[in-house]
Structures are given as structure tokens and as C-alpha cells.
Design a binder for this molecule. Structure first.
Ligand code: AMP
Ligand code: GLY
Length: 438
């Protein structure tokens, strides 16, 4: 029998709860630790109080507990070089090296990489001097998009309709330094129009396996109105991603990215996440992430029938070519329940009721994101509080059951979107209309 493994998962969001839930289904798992985890994760793993940015602390823990595999959820430790530290100490870790993590850690790096590899993306100009960026904007056509180069917790992208918005964004990033060093450089790029999808792939440096498609809902309000958030819900599969489109995305984006990174001496291991805009000219890359998406992971992993632990090990060991991913044809929808006020100011500490009645453990799950224990009570402790997830034979069944579950959960000032996955239904109508020749 193959050796059982001790696994350390790093992170504390809904993404990590979904990862923990999937990892604990593996027959190869001996024990799962999570640093720092959350209330939901603590029910299925042993949580250890080490922060995601404390690379030394995480390394000491992994050595002491003889961890066989470490899985990194969020981008901060990846961009900080956790994979290099662990590998130098002889440990196995799922994720990209510091050099490869620049695909997410630096917009200038990723845009220049795409240009070198001829990967479709919005036309751009990088700037490291505010005077040059201002001069460029003064002669530019709007709308335009301004992006801080470094990590900015999802807030570093400003869509500018007119010159005044652009100049203000430049001032905030490059003069007032609202994102500190992350805004020392900026990218100005063309505004793309289309529908967004997320395509993720397991990579081992050379081989890749594309996951089922998902669509995130980034804006806070229904009908994609209001400010951007970390993501208010997701569904999988995304009907807009037809087989033909997926092959195009693979040939124009995923394959050249993996080949290009290997050719440039930064082979990409772990999860490659391509955030795409499907424009009239075809798919264009909006951004790369070097980790699972949140909340996309909550909608995608329940559909994965393969053993996630085996796939991650194969990624670390360069043998993804031996693996085939298996998926259920069912659809999955994740609705994020957030604290009222998010993505702006909000208050924590409200008791959450109904958690146990909402989940049925078969087709409906409640993944925790921002939760905390207060005595016997579970209370809110973040902007995104829970991800409620349902599988259904058809997307409309999944939508219906996820909202039945959402209605069972109550906390003061809770907020959620009521139109998650509604777009998928429209796509189904288009498809069925085409099928009958209308
Ligand atoms: P990013 O972090 O680069 O994915 O940007 C965050 C969000 O801003 C994306 O999910 C899009 O909704 C939007 N966005 C980014 N770049 C562009 C672009 N070039 N054109 C239109 N929207 C964009
Ligand atoms: N859902 C978007 C992200 O994970 O970055």
C-alpha cells in the first residue's frame, strides 16, 4: 500500500475550506493541518495558528511535523517565495516558485511576458514615473484601465472613463502610494469589452491539465453593478466556454504560457489561473493568478471526481501526463454571503445561525470564509463570510437548491447577490434556441 501523507494547507478562506474538504476525501491522507484555517476548516483539519505570510514559521512547523506535502492557498506566500524556501529545505510543496509567481505578483512582468509569447491581451504601456504616465494619459483615448504593478488585494485595478479618473488613479497609486510599493509602477491598458471567464490548469512545469470552466461574479450588486469585490459567487461549468472556445484558450493562452515560462527558465508548477475576457476578437488575458480562485474553487472542486491529493502530488513530481481528471457532469453554484458594507467598511462579530440546517453533506455544502468561534457561537469575522454551494443535474436545479440553503442562514447585516449563475441560464437558452434552429 502506498504511504499515507501528512498535508499542511496554508490559508483561511472559502477557497481553503473547499480545498480541505476535498483533500480529506483522499484515501492517501493521513492527517491534514491548516494554517491558520477557520471555524469550518477546524471541523475537518487541525488548525495551527501561523499566519500565511510567516514563511519561516510555516517552514519550521512543516519540518517539525514531517509534513509530506504543503498546499498553498493564497498568493502572498507564493509571491514571497515560500515554494523556494520549502524546496531548498527538501520539502514537497504545491505551487509556483517565486520567479514563476511573478505572473501574478507583477502586472508589468506578466504583460511583457505575454507580449514576448504572443499571448492575446489588451495593448498596454508600463510606467515607473508619474510624469510619463500623466503625459501618456493626456493624449490617450478613454475608457482605459490603470493597474498597480504589484499585489493590491484585488483593489489595484481602476477602470477609467475619462482623463480626470485616470489622473486621480495615478495620483493615488504613484503619489499617495495607497498600495505602497505595489503602486510604484503601473500598467495602462486598453479597456476590453466582453464576458469574463476563469480557466484554471494544474501544471507541473511541462504538462498541464485544464480544469472545468467557471465564472466569477466580481461586482457587489445584482446585474454586475457596484464596486469590484473578491468575488460574490461563481458557477461551473460556464456555458459560454464551448469546446471550440476551450481549445482556442488552450492553444492561445494555456499552452504558450506553460511553454513560455519553461523556455524562460521559470517552469510553472501548481495552479495557473487565466482570467479571460471573451471579446469579439476571441479570448484575451485580463490577468494571471498563480493559485486557485476564490470563490471559483468552491464551485469547481465539488465537481471533481479525481483524488485532489494525487493530482497535487503528480504536479509536484512532474508527472501530470500520467493523470486524467474526472468530473461529474452536474452543475455547481456558489453564493457568497458577505457582511453588509463589504467591499467597504463592515462590522464583525454577528452570530451566524442556520449553518447546520443549510448543508446536507450530499449536494449542498457551506464553506466558511470569514468566521470565528465566540464561545459556542460562530460569528462573522470578515467581508466574505460564507460560500454556500449546491450541485444540481442542471444549472437551474443548482441555483434553486443553493438559494433554498442560503435562506436558512441568518446573521445581522448579511448580504448576498440574488442573481448568481443567472447568466448561465441565458446561455442555455441561446444554446437550446440554436439547437432547434431558431
Ligand atoms: P484583474 O485583477 O486584472 O483581473 O482586474 C480586475 C477586474 O477588472 C477584472 O476581473 C475585470 O472585470 C476588470 N478588468 C481588468 N482589466 C480590464 C480590461 N483591460 N478591460 C476591461 N476590464 C478589465
Ligand atoms: N475570484 C477571483 C480571484 O480569486 O482572484
Amino acid at each position: 500500500m502506498e504511504k499515507k501523507l501528512k498535508v499542511l494547507l496554508i490559508g483561511s478562506g472559502g477557497r481553503e475550506h473547499a480545498l480541505a474538504w476535498k483533500l480529506t476525501q483522499s484515501p492517501r491522507l493521513e492527517k491534514l493541518y491548516c494554517a491558520p484555517g477557520n471555524v469550518g476548516i477546524s471541523e475537518i483539519a487541525e488548525c495551527v495558528d501561523i499566519k500565511v505570510g510567516d514563511i519561516d514559521g510555516l517552514l519550521q512547523f512543516a519540518k517539525k511535523e514531517r509534513i509530506d506535502l504543503t498546499v498553498v492557498g493564497p498568493e502572498i506566500p507564493l509571491v514571497g517565495g515560500i515554494v523556494d524556501h520549502f524546496e531548498n529545505a527538501g520539502l514537497i510543496i504545491f505551487g509556483p516558485s517565486k520567479a514563476a509567481a511573478q505572473l501574478e505578483g507583477s502586472k508589468v512582468f506578466s504583460k511583457e511576458f505575454m507580449l514576448r509569447c504572443n499571448i492575446p491581451t489588451a495593448t498596454f504601456m508600463p510606467f515607473d514615473r508619474i510624469e510619463d504616465a500623466r503625459a501618456f494619459l493626456n493624449h490617450a483615448q478613454f475608457p482605459l484601465v490603470i493597474k498597480a504593478d504589484g499585489l493590491a488585494a484585488g483593489k489595484g485595478v481602476v477602470l477609467c472613463n475619462a482623463l480626470a479618473d485616470g489622473l486621480e488613479a495615478l495620483d493615488q497609486m504613484m503619489k499617495d502610494k495607497i498600495f505602497a510599493e505595489a503602486g510604484a509602477k503601473v500598467v495602462v491598458e486598453d479597456y476590453l469589452i466582453g464576458e469574463e471567464v476563469s480557466i484554471l490548469a494544474f501544471c507541473d512545469g511541462e504538462n498541464y491539465l485544464i480544469l472545468e470552466s467557471a465564472q466569477d461574479h466580481k461586482r457587489i450588486f445584482d446585474d454586475d453593478l457596484g464596486p469590484n469585490t473578491g468575488g460574490m459567487g461563481a458557477y461551473s461549468p460556464a456555458p459560454i466556454v464551448t469546446e471550440t472556445l476551450l481549445r482556442k484558450i488552450e492553444a492561445r493562452v494555456i499552452e504558450p504560457t506553460v511553454r513560455g515560462m519553461a523556455r524562460e527558465g521559470m517552469p510553472f508548477k501548481g495552479i495557473l489561473y487565466a482570467g479571460l475576457m471573451i471579446t469579439s476578437q476571441g479570448p484575451q488575458v485580463l490577468e494571471y493568478n498563480v493559485r486557485f480562485g476564490d470563490p471559483e474553487t468552491q464551485a469547481v472542486l465539488p465537481r471533481l471526481e479525481s483524488d485532489l491529493l494525487e493530482v497535487m502530488l503528480a504536479s509536484c513530481e512532474g508527472r501530470l501526463n500520467e493523470i486524467q481528471l474526472k468530473w461529474t457532469p452536474k452543475s455547481c453554484v456558489c453564493v457568497v454571503m458577505s457582511s453588509g458594507g463589504y467591499p467597504g467598511k463592515y462590522e464583525n462579530g454577528y452570530e451566524i445561525n442556520g449553518l447546520n440546517v443549510a448543508a446536507d453533506g450530499k449536494n449542498t455544502y457551506v464553506f466558511h470564509a470569514g468566521t470565528k468561534k465566540d464561545g459556542d457561537r460562530v460569528v462573522t469575522a470578515g467581508g466574505r463570510v460564507l460560500g454556500v454551494v449546491s450541485l444540481g443535474d442542471h444549472i437551474k436545479d443548482a441555483i434553486q437548491s443553493v438559494y433554498v440553503a442560503v435562506e436558512k442562514i441568518k446573521f445581522d447585516h448579511m448580504f448576498f447577490r440574488r442573481d448568481i449563475a443567472a447568466k448561465a441560464l441565458k446561455k442555455d437558452h441561446i444554446k437550446s434556441a440554436n439547437a432547434v434552429g431558431r
